[in-house]
Write a protein that binds this ligand. Structure first.
Ligand code: DX5
Ligand code: ZN
Length: 240
């Protein structure tokens, strides 16, 4: 259980190398604590939390009360991906609930810089995400301001969807915009094979829901994905 004096803070400043971020959306919510214990035992360093408001995406998922319970249960950094129409309102709620990093969608706001500044004030990690149809250039002006860019490799809203290979060029384009201290996260349809393809194009943070929690061998899946991306992440970073 977490002790109160733990300093929450920007996890992306503390993590090095490839990061596997299991998505809790694929969890059995009837035994979420046990699922977190199983994941923790595999050595993962971050938990990915998908927040859906039933408006920005056609699905409803996790709210601040669940994040608050998860926060009280684990010390693992919480990488909160908010797929909501009103990110400015929800940033405050999820910061209070215990998020360590919040990633909002560029399509959901006309004032991304204000959101970034607010997340910095709160001392949280800052990520910006974009849907498959949104071009890379949409974030060109603010890319230097964030810790991480999340490239959706499926249409946001559901787990268990097919990976979109036409996102690979976008990953490469985004990588070229980022400095070596910034992260590139991919999310949707990530498994051993698609994870490696993304690593070769510059991804270094890999969200996986159904691949990790949908099967019987959670540890096996985490280790297979870790091995699959490890070599390529190193090589891509060297070319920067
Ligand atoms: C989808 C979410 C993803 C999803 C990933 O909108 O952002 O994080 O849970 O699940 P898989 O890995 O099953 O595609
Ligand atoms: Zn996500």
């Amino acid at each position: 259980m977490e002790t109160m004096d733990i300093q929450r803070g920007n996890p992306w400043k503390q993590l090095a190398g490839p990061v596997i971020a299991p998505s809790l959306l694929a969890s059995d919510f009837a035994c979420l604590g046990q699922q977190i214990d199983i994941l923790t035992a595999t050595g993962i360093e971050v938990l990915h939390v998908d927040v859906m408001d039933g408006h920005f995406v056609p699905n409803l998922s996790i709210g601040p009360p669940v994040v608050k319970s998860v926060r009280a249960y684990t010390d693992l950094p919480l990488d909160v991906h908010i797929m909501v129409t009103d990110p400015a309102y929800y940033i405050e709620r999820f910061a209070e609930a215990g998020a360590d990093s919040i990633t909002f969608h560029i399509e959901a706001t006309n004032e991304p810089q204000r959101l970034i500044d607010r997340l910095r004030e709160l001392g949280l990690g800052v990520g910006v995400a974009f849907r498959p149809a949104t071009p890379a250039k949409k974030i060109a002006d603010l890319v230097g301001e964030v810790d991480m860019v999340l490239v959706m490799t499926v249409e946001p809203g559901y787990g268990g969807q097919e990976f979109m290979p036409d996102m690979l060029d976008k990953i490469e384009a985004i990588r070229a915009m980022l400095s070596s201290g910034q992260r590139l996260e991919v999310d949707g349809g990530i498994d051993q094979k698609t994870g490696r393809l993304c690593a070769r194009r510059g991804a270094d943070t890999f969200v996986a829901g159904s691949y990790i929690l949908g099967g019987k061998d959670v540890a096996g899946a985490v280790h297979a994905l870790t091995r699959a991306v490890a070599g390529d992440v190193g090589r891509t970073m060297e070319n920067l």
